[in-house]
Design a protein around this ligand. Structure first.
Ligand SMILES: Nc1ncnc2c1ncn2[C@@H]1O[C@H](COP(=O)(O)OP(=O)(O)OP(=O)(O)O)[C@@H](O)[C@H]1O
Ligand SMILES: [Mg+2]
Length: 378
């Protein structure tokens, strides 16, 4: 079903691609009265891998289509390698494109599918064949060139689509949920293979996904989209450790979002009273929140793996939240605790199975505590 060796071993002799820069400047796109992309500016460096991550309908595909040239922005500009391509037709922009549905021609052989973009560019037949075979080798599909798409597995068809996108060595590769149709195991393997391929070739990649794990695994930087806007752009670690707002905190990884009121806001450790009455500590999410006044409504974001469970303390004093274990779920390496606390939404805590941490049973009363540095106040 799969090939004998991973693709990153097969292109050692290949000439690298010179990755292109892509810059988007204040791009706006309306469909009728609806704003699909609402003022996006983003610069992608040579050979960089940037993931566009966001929920369904947030404008990811629309933005990608404007980079590819299949859609025109109403205003703003797209530059590739410093050249404004906003009004240039798709076939004249040097970008490769991989879609979620492989979109192979069903009656063409694999070789002809891969060679198709070269034919469109008027490359002579002999050279087409060599380049297509080369691209098939890069994605680990040598020997399959005579087959038809229906005679390949889903993962293999997606590799064909990838080979077709890189066959003319574009400096920029755009991918729109290319692994969406594959099962989890194969998807995870392809993620690593695409990442290796991108690094070895040096091609610039803009990769659309709504799967945050995929973005975290693959991308140098992630651009989080929501309702046509960029919420935050940063490295996976920046987004995970310092989400700019509760939306990003909730979208990248899991988080517990708790409403409260500021009790004391001096220095790096703020005190707040949660909806249930517990007084806890956290860190201001932005360095300069000078406007924050005692009494202000705030939200606290704390990750499930950064909360510690402790025995219940009568009276519940001192930066702890009294809670009851509503459920315990065994999830392989971690135990997931669902906890109920007065006045608060259900909270999630993750405890490694292999740890000395407290592992209470369902129905037990516990205290929740955390290092204030791991709880961000918005
Ligand atoms: N041709 C169109 N005509 C009208 N509305 C459109 C058109 N294309 C997209 N939209 C709307 O623009 C918004 C953004 O769509 P887009 O396809 O960019 O979202 P997306 O982030 O790629 O979502 P998904 O993860 O579901 O693919 C959606 O609300 C969609 O309905
Ligand atoms: Mg889409």
């Amino acid at each position: 079903m799969t090939t004998a060796h991973p693709i990153h071993e097969s292109y050692s002799g290949l000439k690298p691609i010179r990755g292109g820069t892509v810059s988007m400047d204040s791009i706006i796109k309306h469909y009728g009265s609806f704003t699909a992309v609402d003022g996006v500016s983003l610069s992608v460096g040579r050979g960089e891998f940037v993931a566009l991550l966001g929920p369904s309908g947030s404008g990811k595909t629309t933005l990608l289509m404007m980079i590819a040239g299949f859609e025109q922005p109403d205003s703003g500009a797209v530059c590739i390698d410093g050249v404004d391509v906003s009004r240039m037709p798709a076939h004249r922009r040097d970008v490769g494109m991989v879609f979620q549905k492989y979109a192979l021609f069903p009656h063409m052989t694999i070789l002809d599918n891969v060679a198709f973009p070269l034919r469109m560019r008027g490359v002579p037949a002999g050279e087409r064949r060599l380049k297509a075979l080369d691209a098939l080798q890069i994605v680990g599909l040598e020997g399959m060139e005579k087959r038809l798409p229906a005679q390949l597995s889903g993962g293999q068809q997606q590799r064909v689509a990838l080979a077709r996108a890189i066959v003319y060595r574009p400096p920029v590769l755009l991918m729109d949920e290319p692994l969406g149709a594959l099962d989890k195991k194969l998807r995870e393997r392809m993620q690593i293979e695409i990442k290796h391929l991108q690094e070895s070739l040096g091609v610039t990649v803009i990769y659309v996904t709504h799967d945050q794990e995929e973005a975290l695994t693959m991308a140098d930087r992630i651009a989080v989209m929501n309702r046509g806007r960029l919420e935050q752009v940063g490295t996976p670690a920046e987004l995970y450790e310092r989400p700019a707002n509760p939306f990003v905190a909730g979208f990248i990884g899991e988080t517990n979002l708790l409403d409260g009121e500021l009790v004391a806001a001096a220095g790096q450790e703020w005190e707040l009273r949660l909806a249930g009455g517990a007084v806890v500590r956290g860190t201001p999410a932005a360095a300069a929140r000078h406007g924050a006044a005692v009494g202000a409504r705030v939200r606290l974001a704390v990750r499930p793996e950064r909360i510690e469970l402790a025995p219940a303390t009568p009276g519940g004093t001192g930066a702890m939240v009294a809670a009851t274990v509503a459920d315990v779920i065994y999830a392989g390496p971690t135990l997931i605790y669902l906890l109920r606390a007065d006045g608060l939404p259900e909270m999630t805590v993750r405890v490694p199975v292999q740890s000395d941490a407290m592992k209470p049973a369902r129905g037990e009363a516990v205290s929740l505590t955390w290092d204030p540095a791991n709880a961000l106040v918005y």
